[in-house]
Design a protein around this ligand. Structure first.
Ligand code: ARG
Length: 538
């Protein structure tokens, strides 16, 4: 039975039509068959697989990047708040966002990485007022260094804000003075931002994350004109003195102007949408925050559509990438042992690194006893940070991003599990085999042929060539755990191969060295996307 215009109607018919239209190709061995409700079974020829691997080795893993229908993307991630400590929630946003951005960049998409720092909230009123009242030099005499201990400053002023009614009133006045551009207040605000920024930058540097600081305050001059336009066009309407935009299917509307005339989180995000689509020409916008903000983004995207900021024709792809909580061993939000405060990111990174250092040192002692080479202090330091930070990233990325996960050092530093440490050792081991072969693999790749005669060689090759498909899935779902799953399986396929097939000294040596090289290259490419540096020798 055919549908309209002779088009096939059911899955089996579609499959048959595809089968009949398959061109002659050397990529497929034997005859493709139809199975079940409409599956097509094909067997890729070994010649095809080896050819793919060989060109990848000579031309680089970049040639395997999927091509995407987007030229420019904007990824909003990390986005901590000034004067508050960057905590593990921001860690998730930072590493998930970084991996998404790296993946887009790998696919040739021009990607703008934006740090939507909370640098314009009401917390500044109380901070500035507190400085003005307690520092001997007042606002004028205060330096960036003097506000460097922002946490203490935040704590002290918050306490006064909560306890002292008249301080609260003065802090509110201070917000107004700041927002209306009082030069002295602005100067202090800048100092506070600078001190925060120094702290954040130190973390980005450790994590090897590039990001453009474009905080909430940056959108300031754009808010009034935008809000006025929305009111004029009748998109925004009054509700109890405030201006709101109602969105179909959403219970609460999006507030774009508070009853006191001030602007909030919703207003700024209408501005980010507008700026990123029309000025930045973003064809794909991504916002990475905790899942708790998904309601906010539904409202913003809905209001953006209603207002025509998101064009009806050829709209950009827009995603809110939400993620779950980081939990402590007790299954509750992770807290520090002593104060119960949110865990500071720096402390986690320090501890991960320190633990790696201890365990590498222990293993080193055994190596030296066996007459092996000792690592220099510099090497030890480098390996410990690569492993420690890599472990924290990997442990985060390997989870389905929308679920909560338990933060556990022992698990993430496990030498045998699905961890960065295990992967880094796997890579170093392959690098060691290639080193021992003492051959220039790039040269070997030009002439030698990869024979995939053993089943484990074929299985490994088949997995390697699925790299592109894996990246496509990663981007459809915006799920970095696709990459970690793939790379973990890659190491398993490699282990099976290496147990079954000797590499050095065999007649298949060249062919197998190339298989090792292809594995290592794709592994490194996955590491690069995960923001993990490879190690060649541990
Ligand atoms: N600063 C916010 C937070 O700490 C995240 C901002 C996310 N980006 C955005 N455009 N709203 O939760």
């Amino acid at each position: 039975m055919k549908g309209k215009g002779g088009a096939p109607k059911n899955p089996r018919e579609v499959a048959t039509a595809i089968l009949n239209a398959l061109p002659e190709t050397t990529a497929i061995d034997g005859t493709p068959t139809l199975a079940g409700p409409g599956f097509i079974n094909i067997k890729l020829s070994s010649a095809f697989l080896s050819n793919r691997l060989q060109t990848m080795i000579t031309q680089g893993a970049g040639t395997w990047a999927p091509s995407l229908p987007y030229k420019r993307a904007v990824v909003d991630f990390s986005s901590p708040n000034v004067a508050k400590e960057m905590h593990v929630g921001h860690l998730r946003s930072t590493i998930i966002g970084d991996t998404i951005a790296r993946t887009l960049e790998f696919c040739g998409v021009d990607t703008l990485r934006i740090n939507h720092v909370g640098d314009w909230g009401t917390q500044f009123g109380m901070l500035i007022q507190h400085i003005a009242e307690t520092r001997p030099g007042g606002l004028q005499g205060t330096t960036t260094e003097e506000v460097a201990d922002l946490q203490a400053l935040y704590k002290a002023s918050k306490k006064r804000f909560d306890d002292e009614e008249d301080f609260k009133a003065r802090a509110r006045e201070a917000v107004t003075r700041l927002q209306s551009g009082d030069p002295e207040f602005l100067e202090t605000w800048k100092r506070i931002c600078e001190a925060s920024r120094n702290e954040f930058d130190a973390i980005y540097q450790r994590l090897d994350v590039q990001i453009l600081w474009r905080g909430e305050s940056w959108y300031n001059p754009r808010l009034t004109p935008l809000v006025e336009e929305l009111i004029e066009r009748g998109i925004a309407e009054e509700s109890e003195g405030a201006m709101v935009i109602t969105v179909e299917g959403q219970k609460t509307p999006l507030m774009i102007r508070k009853s006191d005339g001030g602007y909030g989180y919703g207003t700024t995000d209408m501005a980010t949408l507008n700026q990123r689509i029309h000025d930045e020409k973003g064809e794909w916008l991504i916002y990475v925050t905790d899942e708790g903000q998904s309601g906010h983004f539904k409202l913003v995207f809905g209001a953006g559509k209603r207002a025509g900021i998101i064009p009806a024709e050829k709209p950009p792809r827009i995603d809110h990438v939400g993620f779950g909580l980081v939990l402590g061993q007790d299954g509750k939000r992770i807290r520090t042992r002593d104060s119960g405060a949110a865990v500071r990111l720096v402390e986690l990174l320090d501890e991960a690194k320190a633990r790696c250092e201890t365990s590498i040192k222990e293993r080193q002692e055994a190596t030296i006893e066996r007459g092996g080479e000792e690592l220099s202090a510099e090497e030890l330091d480098n390996i410990s940070s690569v492993m420690g930070y890599g472990a924290v990233k990997y442990a985060d990325l390997k989870n389905n991003r929308s679920t909560n996960y338990k933060f556990n050092f022992d698990e993430m530093l496990d030498l045998k599990g699905n961890t960065a440490v295990y992967m880094l050792y796997a890579h170093a081991r392959i690098a060691g085999i290639i080193r021992k072969g003492k051959k220039d693999v790039a040269e070997v790749a030009k002439t030698a042929h990869i024979s995939l005669d053993h089943a484990s060689e074929r299985a490994l090759a088949l997995h390697i060539v699925r790299f592109t498909e894996m990246l496509e899935d990663t981007l459809v779902e915006l799920a970095p755990n696709r990459i970690t799953e793939y790379v973990y399986e890659l190491s398993n396929y490699f282990n099976t191969f290496y147990q079954a097939c000797k590499v050095l000294g065999e007649k298949e040596e060249d062919s197998r060295l190339l298989l090792c090289e292809a594995t290592a290259m794709i592994m490194r490419q996955c590491f690069q996307l995960l923001g993990i540096k490879p190690l060649y020798r541990i």
